[in-house]
Write a protein that binds this ligand. Structure first.
Ligand code: URA
Length: 243
């Protein structure tokens, strides 16, 4: 069954239930006793369950996302920015949210911060096409404001599904929003960077967001130290030399 079939089936069940209850109401029924517990295997799968099941590939996840209107950001965006790169990448970079350039192009990290990220990836001895790049949010917040918690929550199943589909050996969280969304912590990034953390069994490195590095170039040295750690672990886990 495809993701579209599941969506159609769920919508049909909701419609039939609503029609039934409305018909009952017109007949004067104003109380429906609780339905008996339905065995889990017989319940239609919710969209969230489907996304978290780890059974969808990137194309199917994109299809489920559709022309998303799940949060209040949709009227502000030009297009969804889903993710770019290798569908079985060993390394995934997760940023915050699309900016103006990404919103215009439909691709993450293509503006000034993106060009710095590309140089960071190349400095590690990799090419942009070899890794996967995505954001916590798939829609641009107006005027690039900080993502809000309801927006992060509504996009979260899609990020989780992307990571489950790719199954990377390493994740690099860029900046505080990616760190808090993935590690569920409020600890400041400065205290988390420079070492690996665990994300669902996958080593996750925390480093500064490239946009922050553009504003604070003196932190580039620390970011490069982080990337060297990432590079070493990449070589160890993939068995592939870099450069
Ligand atoms: N900043 C991000 O966090 N993501 C992008 O895609 C671009 C800028």
């Amino acid at each position: 069954m495809t993701a579209d079939d599941v969506r159609r089936e769920a919508a049909e069940i909701v419609k039939q239930t609503r029609d039934f209850l409305e018909a009952q109401q017109q007949l004067g029924v104003d109380f429906v006793p609780g339905a008996p517990e339905v065995a889990k295997q017989d319940r239609p799968q919710s969209e969230r369950e489907l996304l978290l099941s780890g059974t969808l590939n990137l194309g199917e996840i994109r299809q489920v996302l559709g022309e998303c209107t799940r949060c209040k950001l949709h009227p502000h965006r030009t297009q969804i920015v889903f993710g770019v790169g290798h569908s079985q990448a060993d390394l995934v970079f997760v940023g915050e949210a699309p900016g103006a350039d990404e919103d215009a192009k439909g691709e993450p990290f293509v503006g000034r911060a993106g060009q710095l990220l590309t140089r960071m990836i190349e400095a590690m001895g990799l090419r942009r096409e070899e890794v996967y790049i995505c954001n916590v949010l798939k829609s641009r917040p107006p005027s690039n404001r900080t993502p809000e918690s309801d927006e992060i929550a509504s996009c979260e199943p899609f990020l989780i599904a992307q990571l489950k589909a790719i199954k990377p050996k390493l994740i690099c969280a860029l900046g505080g929003i990616a760190v808090s969304a993935l590690l569920k912590t409020k600890t400041p990034l400065s205290k988390l960077r420079g070492r690996f953390h665990d994300y669902q069994g996958i080593p996750l490195l925390v480093t500064y967001h490239p946009a922050y590095l553009l504003r604070n170039p003196n932190e580039k040295k620390s970011a490069w130290q982080d990337l060297q750690l990432l590079q070493k672990e990449y070589i160890r886990l993939t068995g592939r030399p870099l450069r």
